[in-house]
Design a protein around this ligand. Structure first.
Ligand code: CAA
Length: 406
C-alpha cells in the first residue's frame, strides 16, 4: 500500500470556532479531529501518482511486472481522459497494460480492486500484478452540515498473487445496491449535493444487505461457526468512513443483524454496552488516520485498513478482517481477507506516521482563501515535494504536471 495526502490540514476546532459551533459536535459528535485541504497544485492525479509511486516502492515491484492500472475516483479531471492515463504517464509505466478508471461514488476503488483480484484469480494475469489507486478530493459547500466531513487523499494498492498484507477471500462477498439520491455531484458542480441524514440511513440499509450476503457465503465456505456472533469472529472490521462516527453506527448495525438473524431476544441496555466494547476492540483501532485526514471517498475504507495495519500489524498476522465499501447512489459490498505474512515489513514502508507528520496546519483564513481559488485553469504555484507531483495548470486544454527531481 501507499498513501498520499495534501501537505496542509485544518484543525476542526478552528473550523468549529469560526462557524460558531460547539467543537465537541465535530470531535465527539462526528469523531473528526482534522481534515486534509488540497491546494490547487494537489489534484486527484497528483495525489494518485504519489500514492502509486509509494506503493510500488513499498512492494519493491518492477513496473514491468504490472499488467493493469485502475484508478477509482469520483473527482475525475476530464469527461473522457481518465485519471489513470495521467498516472500511467507520470509513473512511466509500461505500454503493455490495461489502464482505466472506475466510478461509482466511494465504491469506485472497490470496483477496481475486485476487477484486479478476479483478473488474478482467473489466471488471466499470468503472474502479472495490478496497481489499484483510490484518489479523491471531498468537497461540500462552505458552512454546510457536510463541511466538517471534507478531506482529500489517495491510497494505492499492489494486487498480486502472493499478497504480503491481506489475502482477500475471493468469491466470498455480499453486495447490496439500490437507486437513491443520498449524495451526488451533478456535471459541472464543484461541490457535492447531499441529503445528509438520509445518506446515513442509505449506508446502514446497504450495510445490512451486504453483510448478510457475506455471512451466507462465508458460512457456506466454512469460514464461520455458530457458537458466537458472526461479526465477533472477525478480528477487526474496517468500514467506509465518511466521518468516524459513521463506523460506530455501522458496527452497531452489523451486530443488530447478527442478533436478529440468530433470533436472539436481545437486552437493549446490555447490548448497548456490548456494542460499545465491540466497537472499541474491533473498529476504533482503524480510525486514527481517518480522524486526521477526513473523508477521502474511494480511499476511505482503504485508509482505515492502512491505519489498522499500521497500528496492529504484528498482532493481526493470520487473522481475518471484514471490510465494507459503500458508494452513494448506491452500491455496496462486504468482504473479508486474512492479514498476510509480510505485513509488518510493508507497514514499515507505508510510513503512515511520517506521511501525517510532514503536514502543515493552516488557519481558518487560509482555508477559506484556498477554497475560493479558481481551479482548474489556474493550477498551483507550489513546486512538488520530493517524490511527489504537482498540477501546474492547463495549456491548450491539456493539464500539465511537474514532478520533483528526486
Ligand atoms: N457535543 C457532542 N455531540 C454533539 C454535539 C455536541 N455539542 N452536537 C451534536 N452532536 C452529535 C449529535 O448528537 C449527532 O450524533 P448522532 O449521530 O450519534 O446522533 C452528531 O453529533 C451529528 O450531529 P447532527 O446530526 O446534528 O449533525 P448535522 O445534521 O449537522 O450533520 C451529517 C451530520 C448529516 C452526517 C453531515 O455531516 C453530512 O451531511 N455529511 C455528509 C454526508 C455523509 O457523510 N453521509 C454519510 C453516509 S453517505 C457516504 O458514506 C458516502 C460518502 O462518503 C459521502
Amino acid at each position: 500500500m501507499g498513501v498520499a495526502i495534501p501537505r496542509r490540514y485544518l484543525d476542526l476546532g478552528d473550523l468549529a470556532i469560526a462557524r460558531g459551533v460547539d467543537p465537541l459536535k465535530f470531535t465527539l459528535g462526528l469523531g473528526a479531529r482534522e481534515m486534509a485541504i488540497a491546494d490547487p497544485s494537489e489534484d486527484t492525479v497528483s495525489l494518485a501518482a504519489e500514492a502509486g509511486r509509494r506503493a510500488l516502492a513499498a512492494a519493491r515491484l518492477e513496473p514491468s511486472k504490472l499488467g493493469m492500472l485502475v484508478v477509482g475516483t469520483e473527482t475525475g479531471v476530464d469527461h473522457s481522459k481518465p485519471v489513470s492515463s495521467y498516472v500511467h504517464g507520470l509513473l512511466e509505466l509500461p505500454r503493455a497494460m490495461r489502464v482505466y478508471d472506475t466510478q461509482h461514488a466511494c465504491y469506485g476503488g472497490t470496483a477496481g480492486l475486485w476487477a484486479a483480484v478476479e483478473w488474478i484469480a482467473s489466471g488471466a494475469a499470468a503472474g502479472r500484478a495490478a496497481l489499484v489507486i483510490c484518489s479523491d478530493i471531498a468537497r461540500y459547500g462552505l458552512a454546510t452540515a457536510g463541511e466538517p466531513t471534507q478531506g482529500a487523499g489517495a491510497v494505492a494498492m499492489v494486487i498480486a498473487e502472493n499478497p504480503a498484507m491481506l489475502a482477500i477471500d475471493v468469491g466470498i462477498s455480499g453486495a447490496s445496491s439500490t437507486h437513491v439520491h443520498d449524495f451526488w455531484r451533478p456535471l459541472g458542480h464543484r461541490v457535492a449535493e447531499v441529503d445528509g441524514h438520509y445518506s446515513v440511513q442509505c449506508y446502514l440499509d446497504a450495510l445490512a444487505g451486504a453483510y448478510r450476503g457475506w455471512k451466507e457465503r462465508a458460512r457456506a465456505a466454512g469460514l464461520l461457526h455458530t457458537a458466537t456472533l458472526a461479526s465477533e469472529q472477525l478480528a477487526r472490521v474496517c468500514y467506509h468512513v465518511p466521518f468516524c462516527k459513521m463506523a460506530k453506527k455501522a458496527h452497531v448495525q452489523v451486530r443488530r443483524c447478527d442478533l436478529d438473524d440468530a433470533r436472539t431476544l436481545w437486552d437493549v441496555a446490555g447490548e448497548e454496552a456490548s456494542a460499545a466494547a465491540a466497537f472499541r476492540g474491533q473498529v476504533e483501532p482503524s480510525l486514527v488516520a481517518c480522524s486526521r485526514i477526513g473523508n477521502i471517498y474511494t480511499g476511505s475504507l482503504y485508509l482505515a485498513l492502512a491505519g489498522l495495519l499500521d497500528r496492529d500489524a504484528a498482532r493481526l498476522r493470520g487473522q481475518r478482517v471484514g471490510l465494507f465499501s459503500y458508494g452513494s447512489g448506491c452500491t455496496s459490498e462486504f468482504f473479508s481477507g486474512s492479514v498476510g505474512p509480510r505485513v509488518v515489513e510493508r507497514v514499515r514502508a507505508l510510513d503512515l506516521a511520517g506521511v501525517l507528520a510532514a503536514r502543515e496546519r493552516i488557519d481558518f483564513g487560509e482555508y477559506e482563501r484556498i477554497m475560493a481559488l479558481n481551479v482548474p485553469a489556474g493550477g498551483g504555484n507550489q513546486s512538488p515535494r520530493p517524490g511527489s507531483f504537482a498540477f501546474t495548470g492547463v495549456e491548450d486544454h491539456r493539464r500539465q504536471y511537474a514532478r520533483s527531481s528526486s
